[in-house]
Design a protein around this ligand. Structure first.
Ligand code: ZN
Length: 142
C-alpha cells in the first residue's frame, strides 16, 4: 500500500469518528507530544472499577496523529483496563512490524502499513504512548 492510499483510508475512517474530539470535564488528563512532527494530544479519561467509562482527545497535528487518537478512543471506550493493555501491546507490536493478534487490534489494522513509513510511526503511536502512562497506573498490577 502506498502512503497516499494509507492516508485516504485513514481520512475516510477518521471522518466517521468526529465525536471523540472533545474535552471531558473532571476527567484525568494525559498529555503527549511528538516533536518530530509537532503533534500534540491531550487524552481525557474516566475510569472506574478497572473500566474505561469515557475517553476523548483534544489536540492538533497531522491527520495520522489525530485519526489514530480518534480510533483509539472509539476502540477503548467501555473496555477494561486489562483489555486495553492487551490492545496497546499488540498495536505497538504492529507498529514495529512484529507479530501481533489481528483480532485484538480490530479496525486499527488499517494502520498496519505505517511500519513501512518510519517518519510516520511516531505520529501513529503518539496517542498509544500517551495512554500507556494512564494504563500503567491502573488495573490489578498497579
Ligand atoms: Zn504527525
Amino acid at each position: 500500500m502506498s502512503l497516499e492510499d494509507l492516508y485516504s483510508e485513514i481520512i475516510l475512517d477518521y471522518s466517521k469518528n468526529p465525536q471523540f474530539k472533545k474535552i471531558i470535564e473532571n476527567a484525568e488528563e494525559y498529555h503527549g507530544h511528538n516533536s518530530s512532527c509537532g503533534d500534540e494530544i491531550t487524552l481525557y479519561l474516566n475510569e472506574k472499577d478497572g473500566k474505561i467509562l469515557d475517553i476523548s482527545f483534544d489536540g492538533h497535528g497531522c491527520i495520522i496523529s489525530q485519526a489514530s487518537a480518534a480510533m483509539m478512543c472509539e476502540i477503548l471506550k467501555g473496555r477494561s483496563v486489562e483489555n486495553a493493555k492487551s490492545i496497546l501491546e499488540n498495536i505497538l507490536r504492529m507498529s514495529r512490524g512484529e507479530d501481533y493478534n489481528k483480532e485484538v487490534v480490530e479496525d486499527i489494522e488499517i494502520f498496519e502499513d505505517i511500519k513501512n513509513f518510519p517518519m510516520r510511526v511516531k505520529c501513529f503511536t503518539l496517542s498509544w504512548h500517551t495512554i500507556e502512562n494512564f494504563l500503567k497506573n491502573k488495573g490489578a498490577d498497579k
